[in-house]
Write a protein that binds this ligand. Structure first.
Ligand code: IPD
Ligand code: CA
Length: 269
């Protein structure tokens, strides 16, 4: 089985598991702040994905959101190290935990594989809609088996743009400041509650673009490859090429990218 097939199989298995427990009486805990929560299902999903991946590829590295949170002080170094590893899986076991907790559809399982810092596989599964998006380096991007491509909009006025509201105050403020400039220029704004879903939708041409401050590799890695393989562009908010350490991200169909970069201001992390 190829890396892509394995990732797809595991994303579906984890996605079905989280979906089946969506309205159950799961426990929820606060992480970095009252805005940042984790459920026992996030942890169970990460454990399941880790176990399955390690069964198939015991020699590969693994970076999961929940495990990384427990070692948050080491994350920057871990990401630098990841860029030197032959294979590392980067996993968000539930992207859109706030949706999940509130019982709102729009949460995903996101699994990426990087080799020496380069993304080679990306899979995002939305279990509520049974939609799976995937890409393999150099082989295009797909949704449920059909090829996808970014939108052909040439200006922001033709573009529905996604964004999110991060838990950390400085990042949320940066989104709101840029939103003030972007909202009047684009057709509409969506905030669907999962960065991975936003990025998958840019790849599928449903959204023309997406930006957010303060994300992490597990939220975005799979979506970056999907957008690139669907013909789009992903950079940081200053226009630098994507790498695994990028947190402030802009993904688009390419044509509207520069227009979206203009309102982005540098911020500290
Ligand atoms: C969050 C989602 C959300 C985004 C937040 C992320 P999580 O991830 O991607 O859309 O706005 O910034 O933290 O916590 O649900 O895995
Ligand atoms: Ca996430």
């Amino acid at each position: 089985m190829s890396y892509l097939e394995t990732a797809g199989r595991i994303a579906r298995e984890a996605g079905r598991m989280i979906h089946s427990k969506m309205n159950s009486d799961f426990s929820t805990e606060q992480k970095s702040s009252v805005f940042d929560v984790v459920t026992e299902i996030d942890r169970a999903s990460e454990q399941l994905i880790r176990q399955r991946l390690m069964e198939s590829y015991p020699e590969h590295g693994f970076l999961g959101e929940e495990e990384s949170f427990a070692h948050a002080g080491e994350l920057a170094d871990r990401l630098e190290q990841a860029k030197t590893e032959p294979f590392i899986w980067i996993v968000d076991p539930i992207d859109g935990t706030n949706n999940y907790v509130q019982g709102i559809p729009g949460f995903t399982v996101s699994i990426a594989l990087a080799s020496y810092g380069e993304l080679i596989v990306g899979v995002i599964y939305d279990p509520c809609r049974d939609e799976i998006f995937w890409a393999e380096k150099g082989k295009g991007a797909f949704m449920n088996g059909n090829p996808i491509a970014v939108s052909d909009a040439v200006e922001l006025a033709q573009t529905v743009v996604g964004t999110g509201f991060p838990s950390k105050a400085a990042n949320r403020q940066a989104v709101m400041t840029s939103l003030q400039e972007i909202a009047p220029q684009c057709r509409s704004i969506r905030s669907l509650g999962s960065a991975a879903l936003h990025l998958a939708y840019v790849g599928a041409g449903k959204l023309g673009a997406f930006w957010e401050y303060g994300l992490n590799a597990w939220d975005i890695a799979a979506g970056v490859l999907i957008i690139e393989e669907a013909g789009g562009r992903v950079t940081d908010t200053l226009g630098n090429p994507y790498n695994l350490s990028v947190q402030h991200v802009v993904g688009s169909n390419g044509s509207v990218h520069d227009a979206l970069l203009k309102p982005m201001k540098p911020i500290g992390i």
